[in-house]
Ligand binder design. Structure first.
Ligand code: TXA
Ligand code: MG
Length: 354
């Protein structure tokens, strides 16, 4: 259950350009002693516990209200630490590490025996990444030990891309929060399984299919449709995620048709006295002014949508809207990750405009 702990949380502002801060050193001590520290990464904020402190690992699940069968990602400061946590590391993993670390790529590899069950949820594999945020890197280096960290939100809520999101969810429940402002990429890392015949994307994220294929070759990476998948790929993908409080309806299809259907729908809702939000691209409007408009940025720049998505969903909660209408992005580049998160937030509420 979440919310059981009631402690005094230390909240420190850290300048991402000056990660060599005493606050970060103190955070490393907290981790080494088995405490929980929320810290920025280049994707979303993480809630860390040192891998050798089982009580810390268990607290992550309690504090987040996270199901025990959803494994955690281990964060390293360097690819050189890989042999501490993984075995049978294929040459492709080394190639990927060299190209994309530090950065938003998580690799799933056979685990070393010493990695505790709380991290892997009993799986024979372990997920690892080296984040590129300077504060995360400094913290990991100071801690020395790999740090398990899921996103620093309460389970089911949109992932935190601002320190204030973390404070809203975790103040009073964790030992320390390092607030370094906005994260950057805005959606979580790509999870890539390297234990099968062919590398396989389990969760689309900051490192795109196109980027992986550039390195490994076209057709050399499996990107199964998460929609068609009969069973969840990454264990965590089966849970309702990124869910705003209000129902979200995702509209897919040709842009002009989608926009005109949406405008009509929203006008109807407004006329009926409902409070609605619309998540659409900057030039999709204008929508009726009574609707709360959240811009996903420029349509041809999905990075902007990635950066804004979770914050917009959180604002929808704050505004207590009754329904959220969202326009699907194109599924190129990081657009695939944005599409994936919106699709999950919609929980099956997808309208294909023909
Ligand atoms: O960008 C990120 O990855 C952020 C930052 C904090 O690093 N972390 C993050 O963690 O998104 P979390 O716990 O919210 O998501 C981890 C995902 C889940 O879907 C989980 O099921 C999957 O990774 N995962 C972890 N270990 C796995 C394993 N051994 N095999 C397959 N999937 C795994
Ligand atoms: Mg998460």
């Amino acid at each position: 259950m979440s919310g059981e702990r009631k402690i005094k949380t230390k909240i420190y502002r850290v300048n991402p350009d000056e990660p060599e801060s005493l606050f970060v050193d103190e955070a490393a001590e907290v981790l080494r002693a088995g405490g929980l520290v929320a810290f920025p990464t280049e994707t979303v904020y993480g809630l860390g516990a040192a891998v050798h402190r089982r009580e810390g690992l268990m607290k992550i699940f309690t504090v987040k209200g996270r199901p025990a069968d959803n494994p955690l990602i281990l964060h390293l400061y360097s690819g050189g630490q890989l042999p501490e946590v993984a075995v049978e590391i294929p040459s492709q993993a080394m190639l990927l590490a060299e190209k994309f670390w530090p950065g938003p790529l998580t690799m799933v590899l056979p685990k070393k025996d010493s990695v505790p069950i709380e991290v892997t949820a009993g799986l024979p594999t372990v997920a690892v990444r080296v984040p590129s945020h300077p504060v995360a890197l400094r913290l990991l280096e100071k801690t020395e030990i790999p740090v398990a960290a899921p996103s620093a939100n309460l389970s089911g809520r949109p992932s935190p891309t601002l320190g204030s999101h973390v404070i809203t969810d975790l103040d009073g429940k964790v030992e320390m929060i390092l607030d370094a402002g906005a994260t950057g990429v805005g959606v979580e890392s790509t999870v890539l399984d390297l234990t099968g015949e062919k590398p396989r994307i389990l969760r689309p994220g900051g490192v795109t299919l196109e980027m992986l294929e550039d390195l490994l070759g076209v057709g050399k990476v499996e990107a199964p449709s998460f929609i068609a998948a009969e069973r969840p790929l990454a264990p965590g993908m089966k849970y309702r995620h990124y869910a705003p409080d209000a129902p979200l309806i995702l509209f897919t299809g040709e842009r002009t048709k989608v926009v005109s259907v949406l405008k009509e729908k929203i006008s109807g809702e407004i006329a009926a006295g409902h409070k609605v939000a619309v998540l659409a691209f900057a030039d999709d409007g204008p929508f009726p002014p009574e609707a709360i408009f959240f811009s996903l940025g420029k349509r041809e720049k999905p990075e902007e949508a990635a950066e804004r998505l979770f914050a917009s969903l959180r604002l929808c909660n704050q505004e207590k809207v009754e329904t959220i209408y969202a326009v699907a992005p194109s599924r190129r580049g990081v657009g695939e990750a944005v599409f994936n998160r919106l699709w999950k937030a919609a929980g099956g509420n997808v309208v294909e405009v023909k």
